[in-house]
Design a protein around this ligand. Structure first.
Ligand code: 13P
Ligand code: SF4
Length: 302
């Protein structure tokens, strides 16, 4: 029996839903019930009535699904799929930063551990970071952990002091301005989209800076035929499948090995054994839920 059919059968047996990030391997994207960026998947995780959530993405995403669904079984099919940016900050480092800046509000990118979220006031993702920072009434903001996303946000926030943490995405900082400029010269009719985790000089030469779901929306709406895609290359699989007939141009170095850890076999074994399961203490769930729910609430009515 093909592995896809086995996954389908076990999914039914377990009353499970498969959520997958846009950077997952093509074969994993193909068996997902929902594909999306961090925000879309967080929201999907609050809307499912499945008994089991199989989260195909990196560690912090699966943890967020558990925080938002404590009563459900949340499986993370391969525990090696960890986000190195999220691992750059621990809860003690964050507590120290808060002590240095009393009264500042902590806006935390979802790319943080559940434990760090217990010390965060409100979460954001790459698709809503500008809006969230602008909505926070306080003038002093600690933005963690991605300094590049923080610098991107600062372009649109004039009346606030932003304190940065020196975290970054090892994949997106490898995308080089020189490579983008060369591609733009080679494809003068193409629009260039980059992720806000890219360095500021890369953002400067791009036409659009977007979350992964924002890229899907943009390509659907654009009259252009060609797009330089400045993010993890598996993104292009989703774009080609959902919006065929357009030309997608890869940029060098854009590979996140962590996002590619999860295989179809891992998903099948996860469904069969109900392992590896995400477990978090009740106290972590209670406290980490607050900034995530504030973020989701801030986006209602959009
Ligand atoms: P998105 O929320 O834009 O999908 O980004 C998540 C991520 O980890 C990008 O590196
Ligand atoms: Fe983390 Fe970067 Fe990979 Fe996204 S692309 S999961 S931020 S390492």
């Amino acid at each position: 029996m093909p592995i896809q059919t086995e996954v389908k059968n076990w999914k039914k047996k377990r009353k499970a839903v498969i959520l997958a990030h846009n950077y997952q391997r093509p074969e994993v994207q193909d068996i997902a019930d929902h594909l999306g960026d961090s925000l879309a998947l967080s929201i999907k995780a609050t809307q499912t009535d499945a008994e089991v959530i199989v989260f195909c993405g990196v560690d912090f995403m699966a943890e967020s699904a558990k925080v938002l669904n404590p009563e459900k079984i949340v499986l993370h099919p391969n525990l090696a799929a960890k986000c190195p940016m999220a691992a750059m900050m621990d809860v003690d480092g964050l507590k120290e930063l808060k002590q240095e800046h009393p009264g500042a509000v902590v806006v935390g990118y979802v790319n943080t551990s559940a434990e760090c979220k217990t010390e965060i006031d409100i979460c954001c993702t790459s698709s809503n970071a500008v809006k969230i920072v602008n909505k926070v009434p306080e003038k002093k903001i600690i933005f963690v952990p991605d300094s590049n996303l923080g610098l991107y946000v600062q372009r649109f926030v004039k009346d606030k002091e932003i304190i940065f943490y020196p975290g970054y995405c090892p994949t997106h900082v490898e995308i080089r301005k020189e490579d983008l400029l060369a591609l733009k010269q080679e494809h003068p009719d193409a629009e260039t989209m980059v992720h806000p985790e890219c360095s500021p000089d890369v953002v400067d030469v791009a036409d659009f800076t977007l979350s992964t779901e924002g890229m899907v929306r943009h390509v659907k709406e654009s009259t252009k035929k060609s797009f330089i895609v400045g993010t993890e290359r598996n993104m292009i699989y989703r774009l080609r499948k959902e919006i065929p007939g357009k030309n997608y141009i890869e940029v060098p170095a854009a590979i996140c090995p962590n996002m590619r850890e999860i295989s179809l076999q891992d998903v099948l074994i996860g469904l069969q054994t109900l392992q590896p399961e995400i477990t978090l203490s009740d106290e972590t769930i209670r406290r980490a839920k607050i900034p995530l729910e504030r973020m989701i609430e801030a986006g209602r009515g959009d």
